[in-house]
Write a protein that binds this ligand. Structure first.
Ligand code: ARG
Length: 551
């Protein structure tokens, strides 16, 4: 059950007005606290403490109330009955949304011809987790990998291939773009050649298209490999710049009809500045002076395409916060031109830095590729396992490494920067992925060793540890709905860490299978262990982590 909602609804119904319900950090004085007396006092023209004393007898009658007290200026603290907790704690299951939304998600959105790098970690991990959360709370999603496959980088790659031949493998392919970019910086003719190739590719040059088709499959395979390694769900649609290019003319037509399109130095732009802007707000560029389509144009066409095909209620983009301005411009144009009725939302990430505070690089100073990073973390896990004299198979080592990387990413607020340190994220203690998995493995081991049917006890006196743990389980639904509403995957990660802390407290203080434990207590504790494991497993699955068999 959603305890928070249950308590909140019951109080509001009893009092006939809406008060705020809070979960105090320290639950010693009460499991919930409400400002009902303050809210009511205003209307009644009474003193809040006085009103609190009138309200309390009414609330005392509610089925879940153990005792009520007044604190401070008139806050009402409520302690929940143990029986109520034990009888109503259930494992979280899929929620049916009151109004199921169609949500289009744009994350990943990698570039072909380039290795995925650290900058693609958060968009992948947060995007994938948000996708799972949205489905869990009852919404329909379509995930888009809006690949970068039709702009200048492709011209630079094709120019190189024309001169040096087709790359034999993906490692060779990944080297082309940096080399060709370097050359373009020193060699104006090379840059112009790349520009020309880009624009001719866009106009249908068959030779260039053949080359493009030749290396795109290698690139897509490389993306899939990383997604599989990260245990991220496959995208519903991998369609990006090239796929959207055929809709650009329709979008241009709409913009022309609405008289929004302007010429500016040979380019086609839409002005989005308005009087309230006091920060720079440049126009959105639909076509550049070389008559080529732009990044902006494909994103606008994608809004058009998605609106026609999916009729989304909401479109959410997960990218680096350096693209904030781009999305502001884009959303303004989409609304000015009435291209969509959907809510358009950009979730912008902070930067992942090294321990030196600068954007994370490898030892050689290159931008770290995502697979290099995963290898590095895998090595760190191997080292820890070797130190502790444990024997853990390679598959499990990989699951731990992936959990270390993903959990660390999820637990940080998406907007803030964070420091990436392979050593600390692989610690088996603390706010880490390995700690989460270890807790799950430990609970699973208890259930396995008990090897018995688990049933809800009819009556059982809860210890403080058990009580806190069950209340945390009952908070799951409230938490997951807030994580969805706020697009805050960190709420799920933090919740999971707290759940593990409570689970380990329970484990250490409430022996389960020891010989001196009575059958009644054993049955009660096994029941709580099972509820905890199932809740933790659900949280772990929503984060796209996997529980190893042994650890
Ligand atoms: N391809 C871009 C990059 O890797 C990100 C694209 C983000 N999504 C979008 N619809 N513009 O930096």
């Amino acid at each position: 059950m959603n305890l928070y909602k249950y308590v909140s609804d019951a109080i509001n119904e009893t009092l006939g007005f809406t008060a705020n319900l809070e979960i105090p950090k320290n639950r010693d004085f009460g499991d919930f606290s409400t400002n009902a007396a303050m809210v009511g006092a205003k209307k009644a023209g009474k003193n809040p403490r006085e009103l609190a004393n009138e309200i309390i007898p009414k609330l005392q009658k509610l089925d879940f109330v153990e005792y009520i007290s007044v604190a401070g200026p008139g806050f009402i603290n409520i302690k929940i009955k143990d029986d109520f907790i034990l009888n109503n704690t259930t494992i979280p299951t899929q929620i049916a949304a009151q109004k199921p939304l169609q949500i289009d998600l744009d994350y990943g959105s990698y570039n072909i011809g380039k290795a995925l790098h650290i900058g693609h970690l958060r968009t992948t991990v947060v995007g994938d987790t948000f996708n799972r959360i949205a489905n869990f709370v009852g919404h329909k999603t379509i995930s888009y990998n809006h690949i970068g496959d039709w702009g200048r980088p492709i011209g630079l790659i094709i120019a190189w291939i024309l001169e040096y031949g087709i790359p034999k493998n993906v490692a060779e392919l990944n080297e082309i773009y940096p080399k060709s970019t370097m050359r373009a910086k020193q060699d104006e003719d090379w840059l112009n050649l790349a520009r020309k190739i880009t624009s001719e590719l866009q106009s249908g040059n068959q030779e260039y298209l053949n080359i493009y088709n030749n290396f795109i499959s290698m690139s897509l395979k490389q993306m899939d490999d990383i997604l599989i390694r990260l245990n991220a769900k496959p995208f519903d649609k991998t369609i990006g710049e090239h796929g959207m290019s055929e809709y650009v003319p329709s979008v241009i037509k709409i913009l022309k009809n609405k008289q929004l399109l302007q010429e500016s130095d040979g380019a086609l732009v839409v002005n989005v500045r308005n009087e309230q802007d006091n920060a720079p707000m440049p126009p959105l560029m639909i076509q550049n002076s070389a008559n080529a389509q732009t990044y902006d144009a494909w994103d606008l066409a994608a809004i058009y395409y998605r609106s026609q095909n999916d009729k989304p209620d909401t479109v959410i983009y997960f990218t680096d916060s350096r693209q904030t301005l781009h999305f502001q411009q884009l959303f303004r144009v989409a609304k000015m031109a009435d291209i969509t009725t959907a809510d358009l939302i950009h979730v912008g990430f902070g930067t992942i830095t090294g321990t030196d505070g600068k954007p994370f690089k490898t030892r050689d100073g290159d931008v770290a590729s995502l697979s290099d990073i995963l290898n590095m973390v895998t090595t760190a896990v191997q080292e820890r396992v070797a130190e502790s004299n444990k024997k853990i198979d390679d598959n499990t080592i990989n699951q731990i490494a992936v959990a270390a990387v993903k959990f660390n990413d999820l637990i940080h607020d998406v907007k803030s920067d964070y420091v990436f340190d392979a050593k600390s994220i692989t610690n088996f203690e603390g706010r880490t992925g390995p700690y989460i998995l270890y807790t799950a493995v430990r609970l699973a081991a208890v259930l396995k060793r008990a090897n018995t049917d688990i049933v809800k006890p009819t009556s059982y006196a809860l210890s403080a540890e058990e009580r806190n743990l069950l209340i945390q389980i009952m908070d799951f639904e409230h938490m997951i709905l807030s994580a969805f509403e706020n697009r805050a995957t960190d709420m799920l990660a933090n919740y999971t860490y707290d759940l593990c802390q409570l689970a380990n407290n329970f484990y250490h203080n409430c022996p389960i299978l020891r010989d001196d434990i009575t059958p009644e207590i054993k049955a009660g504790r096994l029941y709580i262990t099972k509820l905890t494991f199932d809740t933790l497993a659900t949280a772990i699955d929503l984060m796209g982590l996997q529980i190893p068999d042994e650890m």
